[in-house]
Design a protein around this ligand. Structure first.
Ligand code: C2E
Ligand code: MG
Ligand code: MG
Length: 594
């Protein structure tokens, strides 16, 4: 094998020169006075001038026309560094002949040959890197869906504003009512589209005095108004509310989705279907809940103002009294009361403070007690006996319904057994919120109760209100069907008060309809209400269902119902809900309500 002949200096120089000439990076050689001596092809392309123009001209000449203050500073730094240290290395963005901004990593280094000073510079294009970085920064700081600034950006920019400001500032936090429920029924994509369109509409109305519009995620938005008065903000918020007066049109892929959405909320306009035949589009009306805080009245720190606006928003969501709330100190008490209620409810569950009261269900023609409805009462350690209106919403909100159901069911079982031992075979209705069925242990809990033969499934009816079905918890239908397989009876409570009473009857496997007391109350003086009750009774007969009238307060109401063919009822006319011992006495004394 022959050894390769050593490379000559001349060949080496030629190779390097050619390499530099063809290199992808822009390369330039400057003399001691920082004038161009040589540039490669890539340099010419980058700056937009050929070498004839550049040679003997000073460093940066190609950009002089476009030099911004910042570019000028970069060039001066470069010249200064080269003169003092002979070295320069930095990421710079420079303008070329056409005014384009170039992002480059630039290195210049001094070299001396035969006592002559030269500077060799290389420019590496880092535009793609810079773009990626910009994209990342944008993603981190702006919501990808709406393009609005996120919390971090809002905090830093609003903080600056607060520091430099002597005028009034208003922080507005707002949510779209029941957005999560809605989004879960129409699907993620449609939910996102709804948010995008909503934000576009808000941007289009150009709210006056608005300094920031930020998106903290999901349906959580923040506005900051600056340099205006309360009345002006109120006016702008009215305009914001008006954005929701026009319906949002949403595609519904399947009939099920549509029915789901329809069940859940009054905000879905069934009549407004754009395409009736294929069930493709629905009109959705959004409603907002708004909480506002004021600088400097409520706080002088941004975090404090945001928290206070959030408290006001929480008040709107929980009290449901109004759509808008301006923060005031009493709200702190409201929030702490609601926290205290949660803590007390958890203790009440632990210490079994919930007891069933029993209201007799009566055969209207014979006056005989056919069974009872169990209605929960809270034996509160300091506030006495509380009715459900004081705590049932909180039970649902804090997801304690299943625990409450178990506590009630255990006591009811004992009472049914005790009555059985006395020779009274009765059945009991227990109220349940649809959320309870979603609990993984609900079915097992009940089947356990029956398999131990503690009670017979036919002795238990479960009452579910229309309003709880309207929240559209997933799988309710499947869960109700499972319960039916256990032999439990199902009653639709407060029938007629919801929006789609009839469709519930068709969709879910109910055995009993409980006519809401509002119909019974108005029935005596209103032929319309009578006609409704009659129609419900006819429907029940046709569907082979039992009807129980709620809230019978007078004998006149009872007789009217009997004449219309209603066999069963309950109400103060017979008895209010009473404790277990009183109910037992009622049975042993064989009370008859005729
Ligand atoms: P509901 O199931 O429709 O019960 C009927 C309500 O009407 C009861 O109120 C009862 O005391 C009242 N009432 C009975 N007869 C008359 C009458 O003649 N006139 C009038 N004006 N009212 C009458 P209560 O006990 O305050 O219960 C209110 C609601 O709380 C119940 O309505 C039910 O939806 C819910 N609830 C009660 N117990 C429970 C429970 O254990 N779990 C769940 N999830 N909800 C319950
Ligand atoms: Mg009930
Ligand atoms: Mg009812």
């Amino acid at each position: 094998m022959s050894t390769p002949s050593p490379i000559t200096d001349s060949i080496k120089q030629q190779l390097l020169a050619q390499f530099c000439e063809e290199h992808d990076n822009a390369i330039s050689i400057l003399d001691a006075d920082l004038h161009y001596l040589s540039v490669n092809r890539a340099f010419e392309v980058m700056v937009g001038y050929n070498s004839e123009f550049l040679l003997n001209r000073p460093l940066g000449v190609y950009a002089t026309e476009f030099l911004s203050l910042r570019d000028g500073t970069v060039l001066n730094d470069m010249i200064g560094d080269l003169r003092s240290t002979g070295l320069y290395a930095n990421n710079v963005s420079i303008a070329n002949r056409y005014g384009q901004t170039l992002n480059c990593y630039v290195t210049y280094r001094q070299m001396t040959i035969d006592d002559q000073v030269y500077f060799i510079g290389m420019f590496r294009d880092i535009s793609a890197l810079v773009k990626d970085k910009e994209k990342l920064t944008h993603l981190l700081n702006f919501d990808p869906l709406t393009g609005l600034p996120k919390r971090k950006v809002f905090l830093s920019q609003a903080n600056h504003l607060l520091l430099d400001n002597s005028s009034e500032i208003f922080i507005v936090r707002f949510n779209i009512n029941r957005y999560r429920t809605l989004a879960s029924s129409i699907g993620l994509t449609q939910g996102n589209n709804l948010i995008i369109e909503f934000v576009e509409r808000v941007n289009d109305i150009k709210l006056k005095h608005l300094k920031f519009f930020a998106h903290f995620g999901s349906d959580d938005f923040v506005l900051l108004f600056d340099g205006c008065h309360k009345s002006q903000v109120s006016h702008q918020l009215d305009r914001l509310m008006q954005v929701c007066q026009q319906p949002f049109i949403v595609d519904c892929c399947s009939k099920d989705q549509l029915i789901n959405a329809y069940h859940r909320d009054e905000i879905v306009d069934f009549n407004g279907l754009v395409d009736n035949s294929s069930f493709k589009k629905i009109n959705i009306y959004l409603q907002l809940s708004i909480g506002i805080s004021h600088y400097p009245k409520n706080d002088n720190q941004l975090i404090g103002l945001l928290t206070k606006a959030e408290k006001a928003l929480q008040y709107v969501r929980e009290s449901k009294v109004d759509d808008i709330c301006w923060y005031h100190a009493d709200l702190d008490r409201f929030i702490s009361d609601s926290l205290q209620l949660e803590a007390e409810l958890r203790v009440a569950i632990q210490k079994c403070q919930f007891v069933p009261y029993y209201q007799p269900k009566v055969n209207l023609s014979t006056g005989e007690i056919i069974g009872f409805e169990a209605l929960v009462r809270w034996q509160h350690p300091t506030r006495g006996l509380l009715k459900p209106c004081h705590f049932i919403d909180a039970i649902i909100k804090y997801k304690l319904s299943f625990e409450l159901f178990c506590q009630m069911a255990v006591q009811i079982t004992k009472h049914l057994q005790a009555w059985e031992n006395l020779g009274f075979h009765k059945n009991i209705c227990i109220n349940a919120d649809a959320m309870e069925f979603s609990h993984t242990d609900f079915y097992n809990f009940l089947s356990d109760l029956f398999s131990k033969k503690l009670i017979n499934p036919t002795q238990l009816n479960i009452e579910i209100t229309e309003s709880s079905l309207m929240l559209g918890h997933a799988n309710v239908k499947k869960q109700l069907e499972q319960l039916k397989t256990l032999g439990v009876g199902l009653a639709l409570d407060d029938f007629g008060t919801g929006y789609s009473s009839l469709s519930y009857l068709q969709e879910y496997p109910f055995d009993i309809i409980k006519i809401d007391k509002s119909f019974i109350l108005k029935m005596v003086n209103s032929r319309t209400q009578q006609a409704i009750v009659k129609a419900i009774l006819d429907l029940a007969i046709a569907l082979d269902m039992v009807v129980i009238a709620e809230g019978i307060e007078t004998e006149q109401q009872r007789d009217l119902l009997l004449n219309m063919g209603c066999l069963y009822g309950q109400g103060y006319c017979f008895s209010p809900p009473i404790p277990y011992l009183s109910a037992t006495r009622m049975l042993t004394e064989q009370i008859n309500f005729r």
